[in-house]
Each structure stands twice: as C-alpha cells, then as structure tokens.
Design a protein around this ligand. Structure first.
Ligand code: SF4
Length: 481
C-alpha cells in the first residue's frame, strides 16, 4: 500500500498542468480586449503578465530626469516592517486574483536602501506567494550588500537564484564615481561592474542569477541605444529593456523633450544594436503599443530569434507550444520536475517531439553548425524589450471613465483605455481588493499614497555634527570661515 500511495503522490506531483494556473489563464484571456487577442499573445496563454509592488519604499538616493515617483517619495523613510506588511497583503491579493505563479517586481524607490536582511525577507514573502521576484535597482551598491542579501548570517545561501533589473542611463545623477555621466558609454564600466558582482556570487556561492538592463530613452540618448547594446550584450544581462520617457511622476524632473523617442524610433535603434530586424508580433505581452518584445539568443556577436516570424513552420511551433505547454508553469519549477512534466506531455502527444526537433534542426541551420562549434556551443539567451508608459494627462481621464464603465470615443482616450484593459503590468490594492495598471498607479494613485506615507513614515534627521557647526550651516556660512 505505501508503494501505491507513493506512486499516486508522484503522479500528482508530476502532472503537467496545475488546475489553478489553467483557470487563471482562462480568466486572463477572457478579460483581454479584442485588440489584444492576437495569435502571438502570451497573456492568457502562458502567463498573466508582470506584477509590481507599490507604496513600500518609495525613497531613492539618485536623482533621475525624468523620475516617475511623485514629489513626496523622497520624504518617506525606508522601513523593513512596513515593507513586509505591505508586500504580504499585496502578494496575497495577487495570488488570489491572478493565480499561483507570476513574475513580480520588488519595486519602489531604490531597493538597496532596504537592509539586506529586510530585502531578503521581502523576496521570501514574494516566493511564498508563488511569485518569482525581481528586485529593481539603480545598481549602485557593493559586493558586500549583495553577499549579505544572498547569504544568511551563518553563510549559507538563502536563494538558489536572484533576479535584478538594473537601471542605467545618463539621466541618473549622483551615482558614485560618476555624478553626471556625460554619455551612455561612460556608464559601461558601471554596467560591467554590476554584472560582475553576480558572476562572482555564482562562482563563490553557487547562487544563479538573471539580470535585466533598463534604460530610459529621450531624444538625448536615443542615438546611443545601439552602442549600449553592442558594448554590453555579453556582460551577463539576459534582457535589455528600453523605456521611452513618459510625462509621469514628479514634473519638476521633466527636463527633456520626450517626443522624439517614439516607439518606432526606439525599436529601430534597438534593431541597429542587435544587428538585425526584430519581430515583435511573433510573441506579444499585452498591447504592442505598450510592449514590444523579441526573444532570442546570441551566438558570439550575432543575435538570432527563437522563432522566425517569416517561417510558417516556426509560427506553428508557437501555436503548438501554447496549446500543449501553455498551461504548464515553468517559472519557479525545479528543472528535474519540469523535465518530467515535459516528458509526460510528449508521451501523450508524440507529435510535439517531431515539431520540436524540426524547430531545433532549423535553428541550428540558421545559426550555422560551424559558427556554433567555433563559439563552443555557447548560446546566450537575450530578450529585447521596449515598454512605453503613458502620459499622466491621458491616463487619468481614461481611467476615470473606465471606473464609471464609460467607453471613450475620442481616439486618444480610446487607445489609452484599450491599453489599460490589456495591461501587462499590474499592482495590487488589498485595501479595496482591486488591481490597477502601473500607469494608473504612477499617474493617479502615487501622489496621495506617498503623501500619506510621508506622514506614516517621516524621515527623522539625525545630525552627528556639533551644535555650533549646525548653527553656522543654518546661517549659510561655512563653519570654518
Ligand atoms: S503599465 Fe501602462 S504602458 Fe505598461 S503595459 Fe500597463 S497600460 Fe501599458
């Protein structure tokens, strides 16, 4: 009997599909507006989209132009217990409304202002709720912080894998060693240093990592995108994400003309950097007016797509994948378990193996077997992304109408409503049980939220300087004068 019970347990554990995840997929698909129900749509077929935290640690110690945080954000104290309490509530609602698995960003102001133990505890809460967390940072912290985050006080690793999104662009002021970057190229040593910390962590402690590189784009650095990609593609980043600036957040930091950095112009520059055309309709995340994504890999200095949108056989691979593997959760599943689940699907639908092997043979031919050998079979998956937030002045009225159940007729507002309805990036409000698009969070809700946090978590200035010196400062005199 114990053997039969064990076999039953094994059968259950290796079932390819999780009924709860499959139900979450169906709900997500049903919620999508028609305009987003495209053949390449991932939402509702293999994922619910991204999630992010809010109202947790809005403070940042760099200054960016533009900055999407409201003007009160930097007056809020970074507080571990508050962060954990908020994250627990937000993750609980996300788990309830969006199902058991998703990618979630630990995002606010600067994540490394959290003490390493508090940061680690926040990641653990997110994992406990089935979320694969990614910490958002400006990347200006040291090895010591990363080690203390990854390892517990007894030196054992807390996580098998860490994910970070690091934001680097020349509009961020105050980075140590390069207060005001003259151009994007001058930041490359900082980009390399950041990635190298994770390589060391993996080498010394066996903690795997995924790194995304984020960059805000305005007319001031549009022409530098291609160079950033060419210079940095082999540093260790698995994703390069570019965000054309939007008029969101603190208006005192809107210094540039953002209009030139249109999605088409930004995508053209990304293509120039990748050295090839990037097809963003093969696989989509929400509305392509918000997100463009190209999944692929580098072999040496050349980038190749996983699927060639001009080849109907590759499009069939995509369709078969959605049909047979779409409801399988890859995120957070141990590789051995995932392999068994995949084998069970193949056993049930053997034609999947034929389709898969055909794709593999075509992909090897596309790259060239000789090139693969020359590069010692080193294949580096790298995804290119463009995410365009919307301006506050269109989000606010469009959202207000949506809350009243009103569909806009004015084309700009109509488009905004469609994009919000297909939003790929949700934030949770446990106080009223709702989810909102991140655009709405930043454009509509952040100012009041941060003003309330400012009272709840005031920053108490503690000066260690002598009183006489402080009074000199208050008069505006140099203390030694
Ligand atoms: S946050 Fe805004 S821009 Fe991003 S996917 Fe959602 S609606 Fe689109």
């Amino acid at each position: 009997m114990p053997v039969i019970a064990a076999l039953r347990a094994l059968e259950r554990a290796t079932r390819p599909y999780d009924a709860e995840f499959a139900a979450a997929m169906r709900r997500r698909w049903a919620e999508l507006p028609d305009v987003a129900r495209t053949p390449g749509q991932i939402l509702g077929r293999h994922g619910v989209g991204c999630e992010g935290t809010h109202g947790v640690f809005p403070k940042c110690n760099l200054k960016c132009t533009p900055c999407y945080h409201s003007r009160d954000a930097n007056q809020v104290r970074v507080d571990g217990p508050h962060t954990h309490e908020q994250i627990t509530a937000q993750m609980g609602l996300l788990r309830e409304l969006r199902g058991p698995r998703a990618h979630t960003q630990l995002i606010g102001g600067e994540v490394s202002l959290l003490a390493p133990d508090d940061h680690a505890a926040a990641l653990a809460i997110m994992r406990d709720h089935g979320r694969e967390p990614m910490s958002f940072t400006h990347g200006d912290f040291d090895d010591d912080y990363l080690t203390r985050l990854a390892l517990g006080p007894d030196g054992t690793k807390r996580f098998a894998r860490l994910s970070f999104a690091a934001h680097f662009d020349k509009f961020m002021y105050g980075r140590r060693g390069i207060e005001r970057p003259p151009d994007e190229e001058s930041l490359n040593p900082y980009r390399a240093r950041f990635a190298a910390m994770f390589t060391r962590l993996r080498r010394e402690h066996g903690v795997r990592f995924f790194l995304a590189h984020n960059m805000t784009v305005t007319s001031g650095n549009l022409h530098e995108i291609a160079r950033v990609i060419r210079d940095c593609h082999a540093m260790g980043y698995g994703m390069f994400s570019f965000q054309p600036a939007a008029f969101l957040g603190d208006e005192r930091r809107w210094k540039e003309d953002f209009r030139e950095a249109t999605p088409d112009a930004v995508w053209a520059e990304i293509e120039r950097g990748a050295g090839t055309r990037l097809q963003y309709r093969v696989l989509e995340n929400g509305d392509v007016r918000c997100n463009r994504t190209a999944y692929g890999f580098y072999v040496g200095r050349r980038w190749y797509p996983f699927l060639d949108g001009d080849d109907p056989r590759d499009l069939r691979v995509r369709d078969v994948f959605f049909r047979r593997f779409g409801k399988m959760t890859f995120t957070g599943t141990p590789p051995a378990l995932l392999a068994v689940r995949v084998l069970r699907v193949v056993a049930r639908y053997p034609s999947v193996a034929v389709t898969g092997l055909g794709w593999l043979a075509r992909t090897v031919r596309r790259v060239g077997p000789l090139r693969l050998v020359r590069e010692r079979m080193r294949v580096r998956p790298v995804t290119f992304v463009m995410h365009q937030f919307m301006d506050a002045d269109v989000v606010a009225p469009a959202w207000e109408m949506m809350r009243r159940g009103k569909q806009a007729t004015e084309p700009g507002l109509r488009e905004t409503q469609e994009r919000l309805a297909a939003c790929h990036y949700a934030m949770a409000h446990p106080e009223d049980g709702t989810l909102v698009p991140a655009c709405v969070q930043h454009a509509v809700l952040d100012p009041a939220e941060n003003a309330a946090l400012r009272s709840l978590l005031p920053i108490v200035e503690v000066s260690t300087r002598p009183a006489a010196q402080r009074s000199c400062d208050r008069r505006g005199n140099h203390p030694c004068a």
